[in-house]
Ligand binder design. Structure first.
Ligand code: SF4
Length: 339
């Protein structure tokens, strides 16, 4: 099925529903495709005997599967659209059918356009789930121009070669010593800037949706982020009480890290509390008035993207270590969930 510039193999879900005789299924779909949810529901209900319940809660990744939330609604399985599975997360209470949403945009033109910006001959190629099926095309395009493209597996959190997540750049860091620069294929700034922080190598971002290539813009954004993060850390310097935030979404739970942070803060004679929450926003946290600084162990994007929304500074575990001199500011890194 083609919707909003994506190819989605809904047939996979239809076949699984028929084969297993599922009667009630849930549909989980990312924000960008939610307006097309009912097209998918109509198709599944026409092709099978199942009824479909749509989950309206925001969904930003495969870290966020709503099996525990929905299992009491009598659901037989969840159809999760738009993300690839995180391989080391499999403790689901009901079956999950993952269906990727593959961009229908060809990458050839934008990869060609990126060529004058590439540094050196050995190019690390990375992308997001939506363009994984185009990674070979991108590599062929580079080879034809005399480059040597290189892709790598990531860690256990990464399903495919060359794939990166906003919280995991291991498909880049594993080959950092073998490449001269990186080519990121995809949209948005968060992934390529994260890769820039993680690898400290030149990153060129090629966006197949807009046919634009960015490199200087990423460096500028990196500087802006560094200023913001420096500001958040400066505001946390005199903090006496810390709130250690643990995400309850399945793929964001870093409770061990939260306990380690608490022990560390104890050793520094700082008061701290571990606070668990599912969806992050300033409202559920604003009542904890005695907290001077939050340390988020959940999705690393929360501290970075939503920084301006929080009155109390919110920093990452890496930044906490920097705050207490365990890490150097000059070696600043994005927080990653590494497995
Ligand atoms: Fe994406 Fe954040 Fe989930 Fe990682 S933790 S997969 S960056 S939503």
């Amino acid at each position: 099925m083609k919707i909003s510039g994506y190819s989605i193999e809904v047939e996979t879900a239809v076949n699984a529903i028929k084969k297993n005789g599922y009667k009630i299924v849930a549909l989980q779909i990312p924000e960008g495709l939610k307006m097309d949810a009912f097209t998918i529901v109509d198709y599944i209900e026409k092709e099978t005997n199942a009824k479909v319940i749509v989950s309206a809660d925001p969904c930003f990744g495969a870290c966020d599967i709503v099996d525990d939330e929905l299992k009491n609604l009598g659901i037989n399985c969840i159809i999760h659209i738009g993300h690839t599975p995180i391989p080391n997360i499999d403790n689901f209470s009901i079956p999950i059918i993952f269906i990727n949403a593959l961009s229908t945009h060809d990458v050839t033109k934008v990869v060609e356009k990126s060529i004058p910006s590439l540094k050196g001959k050995k190019i690390g190629v990375v992308t997001t789930a939506q363009h994984l099926h185009m990674i070979e095309t991108a590599m062929d395009t580079l080879r034809k121009q005399g480059f040597e493209p290189i892709i790598s597996d990531g860690d256990k959190r990464i399903q495919a070669k060359g794939q990166i997540l906003g919280c995991n750049f291991t498909a880049g860091t594993k080959i950092v010593d073998k490449v001269d620069s990186f080519l990121f294929i995809g949209s948005g700034n968060f992934h390529p800037v994260g890769l820039l922080f993680a690898t400290k190598k030149t990153v060129i971002a090629a966006d197949p949706y807009t046919n634009t290539v960015k490199t200087q813009e990423l460096d500028d954004l990196k500087d802006t982020i560094l200023k913001q993060r420096y500001g958040a850390m400066a505001r946390s310097k005199s903090a006496k009480t810390f709130g250690i935030l643990v995400g309850t979404k399945k793929g964001q739970q870093r409770i061990k890290l939260a306990h380690e942070i608490k022990e560390f803060l104890d050793s520094k004679q700082k008061k701290s509390y571990i606070i668990a929450l599912n969806s992050f926003s300033p409202i559920p946290l604003q009542s904890f008035r005695e907290v001077d600084c939050f340390v988020s162990t959940a999705c690393p994007r929360i501290a970075m993207d939503d920084y301006m929304q929080y009155k109390t500074p919110i920093i990452t575990p890496v930044e906490l270590e920097t705050l207490f001199g365990k890490k150097r500011w000059e070696d600043y890194q994005f927080d990653q969930i590494i497995e």
